[in-house]
Ligand binder design. Structure first.
Ligand SMILES: Cc1cc2nc3c(=O)[nH]c(=O)nc-3n(C[C@H](O)[C@H](O)[C@H](O)COP(=O)(O)O)c2cc1C
Length: 313
């Protein structure tokens, strides 16, 4: 009997049993998926974005389906760090995969305080910071849309945590490589991208926006080519591990990101269609490697060939 392919990947000094992670906001606090998918098979689990205080989010409607994707304006509804610690973490601690807390704030101090609170918590392997949020003190421009603001927020969080620090980048920028380099210079251990792309949908009968917030974040297969392009650019521009996110529905989608140089991937919108999609993707990656007699997934990462394949006729 042939040996199974080795799916292990590394994020800096952290080893994951496979490269398939859950994307924040699409997997609750993991317990919601208990009984639907084998949580212990995941590479790592990233939970819903946490704030210092509980947040109700935006009024409905706040989700609408669009061709090949969805728009959401949930508004970062979450239970807050206290309830997370008391009510959600005990279950998460029983699981084998590393747990990452995703955090956000509206000022640098919020991010720093959240990071300090998480640093003290057993059972949290790392922190993913969502910098797609408006910086209230800087007129509401998202931290992730400005290289300087990105640097400042990452530096403040870095000062408060020794845990693995993932910085999650916003795609709503003209030069993603510049923001990525800022996050790296400020001390990020790895980068994840992309968050949702700002979009809009209109109901022609009522001539009203289809979501109450007017604009929302586009996710799903519609954004995969943009995500893949940005991941590839960031891989070229930085030295730290990159985690690919955006429209991954199948093992082939995930493999494209890995070949482009991502060390791991996160699965978001696909969880709403098939709650077992993460383990299906793990199985699909294993099958792909076995069929091609590739012993180690790590050998496939970053093997994209961009030189022309030969003279044109
Ligand atoms: C309903 C919903 C809620 C989300 N909530 C968060 C969040 O709390 N924090 C965050 O960093 N990203 C959040 N995201 C973004 C996803 O983690 C992911 O970056 C994005 O959806 C692109 O991946 P996908 O196309 O696989 O969904 C959310 C996405 C969706 C669809």
């Amino acid at each position: 009997m042939c040996k199974k392919p080795d799916l292990r990947v590394t994020l800096g000094d952290m080893e994951l049993q496979n490269p398939v992670l859950t994307a924040s906001g699409t997997f609750g606090y993991a317990r919601e998926f208990e009984g639907l998918v084998d949580l212990n098979r995941l590479g790592a689990i990233i939970v819903k974005g946490l704030a210092l205080r509980p947040t109700k989010g935006n009024p409905p409607p706040r989700i609408v389906e669009t061709p090949c994707g969805m728009l959401n304006a949930i508004g970062l509804e979450n239970v807050g760090i206290d309830a997370f610690t008391d009510q959600k973490l005990p279950f998460l601690k029983t699981l084998a995969p590393p747990i990452f807390a995703n955090i956000y704030g509206t000022c640098i101090e919020d991010y720093a305080e959240l990071a300090a609170r998480l640093e003290a918590l057993e059972g949290i392997a790392g922190v993913e910071i969502n910098i797609s949020c408006p910086n209230v003190k800087a007129g509401g421009i998202a931290f992730g849309a400005d290289a300087d603001a990105a640097y400042q927020v990452v530096k403040a969080v870095r000062a408060k945590t020794r845990k693995h620090l993932i910085v999650k980048l916003s795609p709503n920028v003209t030069d993603i490589a510049r923001i990525a380099r800022s996050a790296e210079a400020a001390g990020a251990d790895s980068l994840s991208l992309i968050n949702t792309i700002t979009g809009m949908a209109i109901d022609l009968e009522t001539r009203r926006p289809k979501i109450a917030n007017i604009t929302g974040g586009l996710s799903g297969p519609a954004i995969k080519p943009v995500a893949l392009r940005m991941v590839w650019q960031v891989v070229q521009a930085t030295q730290i591990p990159v985690i690919g996110i955006g429209g991954i529905m199948t093992a082939d989608d995930a493999l494209e990101f890995l070949v482009a140089g991502a060390s791991a991937v996160q699965i978001g919108t696909a969880n709403f269609i098939n709650p077992q999609v993460t383990t299906d993707i793990i199985d699909g990656i294993e099958l792909f490697l076995a069929q091609r007699k590739i012993a180690k997934l790590a050998d496939l990462i970053g093997t994209l060939e961009t030189k022309p394949s030969g003279p044109l006729e």
